[in-house]
Ligand binder design. Structure first.
Ligand code: SF4
Length: 412
């Protein structure tokens, strides 16, 4: 059987990125996100990652509009009676601010949003655990949902079936953190810390370090253990998800850094565009290139999640060292470029040295690697190593770069 191809008129899926504040929102859009999801200061999970005032939301919408992107806002708490105070006005304000969609986890909030702010699209949050076509159809037919965000626990076969029969658009996760418990149904944090995971307070108890005992015999005498999941990484699943007709590809991580947002959005932007232009899967060589770009981001160890049909012990992180296994490739941000001198002022983040091979990540593309031939501090003194974070140093760059471009280490 030959390879199946996308039909000529198939729409390119939306790349949907997370942002915890206005700066990261602009970064996501500059690096190619078609849509960005953010949280306001109320009615949203991940309340600690939600730094958007209503003014910020307005500004985000204006920036998105200028760049052909849109803003989704999470209104995804599991509301108790007292949580409805001010919600109607809040939904109206979001509509007036120019928000495209609200991501909602409660049928009551869906109904309210339809009445109070009918121009907002309603997206069923992944917290609703939609894993079958009937559930998707229910939210579409009874609650007029425009889109269903599929549960991370869906297999590829579930995704295909739901997308084929449901009139609502489907959205699927392609990258980022996974819950080891059923997403949206975990009370580990509630029990252990009295912080309600389903009202934005998850203390990430599954990622803490534990001693493992069988009765009074310690089984983990050498290493402390976590019970957390590996992160989802879907390079290999982009083509099948596209072929299934999924409308939106979602990256998780509103708590993540600006570097993470830039590198992960850029990596998936290029991968999706290339597959779409090719109208079919890429060669092994091109996939290896894209996987490498994705792994530049600060990932934990990664897995395929549930798409392959199971999430066995290989999808878990057991050891403490693995849980913090993030890289230090983010070296700094370009603050200014001088064409005359051929140098860039870099605001530093992580240590780098003379003769290291580095790279510039830019919304305009990824440039050739180059070697650092000089590092000067703010007083013009020559350095062998730039050690201090958040200071400005000057380095020669053999091509034009732009403010906010990112300097990163090249991995072997
Ligand atoms: S404790 Fe872990 S599994 Fe539970 S909600 Fe938090 S991140 Fe998810």
């Amino acid at each position: 059987m030959g390879l199946r191809r996308l039909s000529e008129n198939m729409k390119k899926p939306e790349l949907l990125a997370p942002a915890g504040d206005l700066k990261r929102c602009r970064t996501a859009i500059r690096y190619g996100a078609d849509a960005v999801y953010i949280g306001g200061r109320s009615f949203s999970l991940r309340s600690r990652a939600s730094n958007f005032t209503m003014d910020d939301i307005r500004e985000a919408c204006a920036f998105a509009r200028e760049h052909g992107s849109v803003i989704h806002v999470t209104v995804n708490i599991i509301p108790h009676e007292e949580d409805f105070d001010g919600l109607r006005e809040y939904l109206r304000d979001l509509q007036d601010a120019g928000v495209h969609a609200v991501i909602v986890a409660s049928p009551a909030i869906m109904k309210l949003a339809r009445e109070a702010a009918p121009k907002l699209e309603i997206h069923c949050s992944t917290q609703l655990s939609v894993t079958n076509a009937d559930a998707a159809r229910f939210f579409r037919d009874q609650l007029h949902a425009d889109r269903v965000v599929l549960a991370r626990e869906c297999t590829m076969s579930d995704v295909r079936k739901i997308t084929a029969v449901c009139e609502a658009q489907t959205e699927a996760f392609i990258h980022g953190g996974m819950c080891v418990n059923y997403s949206g149904r975990c009370t580990l944090s509630n029990r252990m810390t009295l912080r309600d995971a389903n009202r934005g307070g998850c203390a990430q108890s599954c990622r803490w370090l534990y001693h493992l005992y069988e009765k009074d015999r310690e089984l983990s005498d050498e290493d402390l253990l976590t019970i957390g999941s590996r992160d989802l990484m879907c390079a290999e699943w982009i083509w099948p998800l596209m072929e299934a007709g999924v409308s939106s590809f979602k990256i998780e991580g509103r708590m993540k850094t600006e570097y993470y947002v830039a590198s992960i959005v850029s990596a998936y932007r290029h991968l999706i565009d290339e597959i779409y232009e090719n109208r079919g899967p890429l060669s092994d060589e091109r996939m290896a290139y894209h996987r490498r770009q994705i792994m530049f981001a600060e990932n934990r160890q990664t897995c395929d999640g549930f798409y392959a049909g199971r999430a066995d012990e290989k999808s878990l992180i057991f050891h403490m060292t693995s849980n913090a296994d993030v890289n230090h490739d983010f070296l700094g941000t370009v603050r200014k470029y001088s064409r005359e001198k051929g140098t860039a002022l870099i605001e530093t983040r992580n240590l780098f040295s003379l003769n290291e091979t580095v790279q510039i990540l830019s919304p305009y593309g990824i440039h050739e690697d180059f070697r650092i031939t000089s590092i000067k501090d703010a007083e013009g003194g020559e350095l062998d190593v730039s050690r201090r974070p958040m200071v400005t140093v000057e380095i020669p760059v053999p091509f034009e770069v732009h403010e906010e471009d990112i300097l990163r280490r090249v991995r072997p």
